[in-house]
Design a protein. Sequence first.
Length: 289
Amino acid sequence: MTDRNTLTLPSPAKLNLMLHITGRRPDGYHTLQTLFQFLDYGDTLSYRLRTDDQLTLTPQVEGVGQEENLIIKAARKLQTIAAERCLPVPGTDITLKKILPMGGGLGGGSSNAATTLLALNQLWNLELSLEQLADIGLSLGADVPVFVKGQAAFAEGVGEILTPTPELPEKWFLIACPNVHVNTGEVFSNKSLTRDTDPISIRTALREEGNNDCQTVVSMNYPEIGNTLNLLNKFSSAKLTGTGACVFSSFDSSSEAIRVSEQLPADVRYFIAKGVNVSPTHKVLFKPS
């Protein structure tokens, strides 16, 4: 929904359908291979232009200072680019409707940053390409570029080398969300983490159900997550997304996912969503006129 001064966009979740850690670079970053797919479920961001250059974000995200929020960081980077081009540096009021859990492995913060880059590029008439926006996004986080480009993808490098995978089946997912916040840095620094999985081809990744190399370490360090994996495994093969905390099972239909959800204990937080190969953000922003 948009006019010249306002824009409202979905900011979707993602799943890592597999995640292999293939090595560790001298700078400490890990090389990986993963399959990203979006969900038709996520946050919502609304933007309204101001008459000055101020940026506001409401409501404040608990425990995150405004200038530390990836939404504001993304906007600041675009303000800098506008200033460098001697363009007006506009301000914007940003409203976030947050439903994705923080630290859940669903990419909520990265998605919010990417959505902001896409939205403000349009509202501020910066005319940056998706490639340029993805490069900016990479400086904010390794998962931001896939949200900017908006296509399900096989990712390599630190997650920034993306090959679109439009042939991924768009299944239904039951996603359970244990009430814990996983520290990604601690997971990747854990001595027990597998770091030498042999690289695979895209064709193999699409044909086989790969593992998540972080799953064993996370399950050991966060018993709630291990317990949730065991619970879902009673009904369908379950897997961690990213470094967690959320875990998921896939189904061929929504009715199958609903049937399993009805058997879960009442204290299990979950949602059901469909996997989609084009980001809901792009479906709104670039829909045919």
